[in-house]
Design a protein around this ligand. Structure first.
Ligand code: ADP
Length: 326
């Protein structure tokens, strides 16, 4: 197998705090090992439109504390087509890029896997998403920061909920994954979390109300994952207005503020470890793997396992929330 001489690094899909720390670690680890680094702007789109610039160690100075991504990110329809990926490959060749490090979520790693197989290129991935919805890793880059941001927001909403004795549905991100809602509910001392993993089987709202929810409390906070399965906070509030008019209900959708902000220490450390590990993986001739973390050890997770795995929700966390909110 040919040795790695020049890597391309890109961030793709939804941005997440800690992506910059990951870019920095990948860049510095590559240069440390005598490998050139090309920064690819705007994800796969930049690979197709040739927005590629060589990175030196100082290209990534002073970014570890910044949210977002200095490489920008984008969603790129062309990369979903063989024609688009062909242009991407030609641009890689033009710049002498022989391998790729892709920092992104489920979709970005799906694209990475397809591209790697099509052109037989070494590609490794880093899980960059606040949703914590990838398989084979305990946490993803950005998740801890988002969790802290949500917790702080819920603490503030609690003040008005208590003062007015209201029921609040607070909608958070997560797509098909309830980890953000469930763990932020525990951290903020909320009453319940309505998450996609459970609502397929039962009507969580009526169960909550039937359990005598809010009997002895002056206010209630319920975290809801933004998802077709849960129906989202607005739909739930509508139902409460119609079915349980005794409650004074309000909705707060946290939206994009969940993605922003300076990454926590945990996310910076995670991103730095995964960035260094990604270069080591390439040097070990690994390909088609995502960096994961399990029991505080770095693990190489095959893309297939990282992407398609339905993450099961941890029953212990559900139990903790239930017990601690009586
Ligand atoms: P995320 O990585 O945050 O899950 P997306 O799902 O939007 O974000 O994916 C980001 C980008 O990855 C897409 O815009 C597209 O360029 C690429 N991508 C996603 N799925 C595929 C696919 N099946 N084939 C090729 N490229 C894909």
């Amino acid at each position: 197998m040919e040795s790695i001489k020049c890597i391309g690094v890109l961030t793709s899909g939804g941005d997440a705090p800690g992506m910059n720390a990951a870019i920095r670690a990948v860049t510095r680890a590559a240069i440390f090992n005598g490998i050139r680094v090309m920064g690819i702007y705007r994800g796969y789109r930049g690979l197709i439109t040739d927005e590629i610039v060589e990175f030196k160690t100082n290209s990534v100075s002073n970014i570890i504390q910044q949210g977002g991504t200095i490489l920008k990110t984008a969603r790129c329809v062309e990369f979903r087509t063989p024609e688009g990926r062909k242009v991407a490959y030609e641009n890689m060749q033009k710049h002498g890029i022989d391998s790729l490090v892709v920092i992104g979520g489920d979709g970005s790693l799906t694209g990475a896997s397809i591209f790697a197989n099509e052109y037989n290129i070494p590609v490794v991935g880093l899980p960059g998403t606040i949703d914590n919805d990838l398989g084979g890793t305990d946490v993803t880059i950005g998740y801890d920061t988002a969790l802290n941001t949500i917790m702080q927001s819920v603490d503030k909403i609690r003040d008005t909920a208590t003062s007015h004795e209201r029921l609040f549905f607070i909608e958070v991100m997560g797509r098909n994954c309830g980890y953000l809602a469930l763990n932020s509910a525990i951290a903020a001392g909320a009453e319940a979390a309505i998450i996609p993993e459970i609502s397929i089987e039962k009507d969580q709202l009526s169960e909550l109300i039937q359990q005598g929810f809010r009997k002895s409390k002056s206010s209630s906070l319920v975290l809801v994952t933004e998802s077709d399965v849960t129906g989202g906070a607005l739909k739930l509030a509508e139902r409460v207005k119609n079915e349980y008019p005794q409650y004074d209900v309000r909705v707060s959708i946290l939206g994009h503020l969940q993605r922003g902000g300076s990454p926590t220490a945990q996310d910076r450390i995670l991103a730095s470890r995964m960035g260094v590990a990604a270069i080591e993986a390439l040097l070990e001739n690994q390909r088609n793997v995502m960096m994961g973390i399990r029991e505080n050890e770095i693990d190489y997770v095959p893309f297939k396992r990282a992407i398609k795995q339905e993450r099961e929700i941890n029953d212990e966390l559900l139990q903790v929330l239930k017990i601690s909110s009586i």
